[in-house]
Design a protein around this ligand. Structure first.
Ligand SMILES: CCCCCCCC(=O)SCCNC(=O)CCNC(=O)[C@H](O)C(C)(C)COP(=O)(O)OP(=O)(O)OC[C@H]1O[C@@H](n2cnc3c(N)ncnc32)[C@H](O)[C@@H]1OP(=O)(O)O
Length: 236
């Protein structure tokens, strides 16, 4: 259930009346789902919803424009790792068995909180430049120091963006190393832009880096470098 308090905090005024603009597509503009399967599993969560602030919507629109010539692509995102639950695969490099009973409950962590309260984000990828950009609005359940985002929440979104950047370039890989410098705190419910890029590939090793900036680009909130290692094909 959506809490009005969270909505007011992150997107002032959104409860005052219906939105007038029809484009771009939004989650709420799609036809109602027919079953649990189509309701929960197939909903693309990287589309605007009423909790998104004006900044978040403006940035989203700007990046959608960049997709028009094909250089950038918006990446859909689902609550479940695979929208087809039957296709869920697990990768355990050390060979430990996965309890299949747990898999039906498994959700992508940044998509596991309710709309507007946790991680609201959309990612865009440029295949030519090997860059992934994430626009991210951290909701009220992600608080660390009073009024600011928790460092773990920031790390989650950096890891996710870097992961998409690495995975898009190199296939299935896991984070082996993540070094973050937190420079300036991120106010709760504000919007930041995470810019990531693939720096180098050495065999199975993918070196990626990213920074987190305010919407106006004036504040550098965080920086990170990271190593992703492609999983051994024999173990996948
Ligand atoms: C779409 C959504 C995207 C979401 C992205 C989110 C990604 C995640 O959060 S993943 C979760 C966190 N990560 C993990 O749990 C991974 C745990 N670690 C592991 O499973 C393994 O260590 C793994 C798979 C990374 C590497 O293991 P393995 O395949 O055996 O590789 P291994 O032979 O040890 O190392 C390969 C190379 O990487 C190097 N390497 C491995 N780890 C590190 C490290 N931490 N630092 C530096 N180098 C390293 C090795 O030195 C070796 O280098 P070289 O080839 O030059 O000798």
């Amino acid at each position: 259930m959506l809490r009005s308090g969270a909505l007011r905090l992150c997107a002032p005024g959104v409860l005052r009346g219906p939105r007038r603009s029809a484009a771009p597509p939004t989650r709420e503009s799609r036809p109602p789902p027919r079953s649990f399967a189509s309701e929960v599993i197939r909903v693309d969560l990287s589309l605007p919803n009423p909790s998104w602030s004006k900044d978040m919507r403006l940035l989203f629109d700007q990046f959608m424009k960049k997709t028009e010539d094909g250089s950038w692509k918006r990446l859909p995102s689902y609550k479940y790792v695979s929208p087809q639950r039957t296709e869920v695969k697990t990768f355990f490099p050390d060979g430990k068995p996965v309890k299949e009973d747990h898999m039906p409950q498994a959700q992508l962590f940044p998509r596991s909180l309710e709309e507007g309260l946790g991680f609201e984000y959309a990612m865009f990828h440029n295949h030519v430049e090997n860059r992934t950009v994430c626009i991210f609005q951290g909701g009220p359940y992600l608080q660390g120091a009073s009024g600011f985002l928790h460092g773990g929440a920031i790390a989650t979104m950096m890891d996710s963006t870097l992961g998409v950047c690495a995975l898009t370039a190199g296939g299935v890989a896991m984070t082996a190393n993540l070094n973050i410098n937190f420079r300036r705190p991120i106010p709760l419910c504000s919007v930041v832009v995470i810019n990531s890029q693939l720096d180098k590939v050495e065999g199975r090793k993918l070196f990626v880096s990213c920074n987190v900036q305010s919407v106006d680009g004036k504040t550098l909130h965080s920086k990170a470098t990271s190593l992703f290692v492609k999983l051994n094909p024999k173990e996948v």
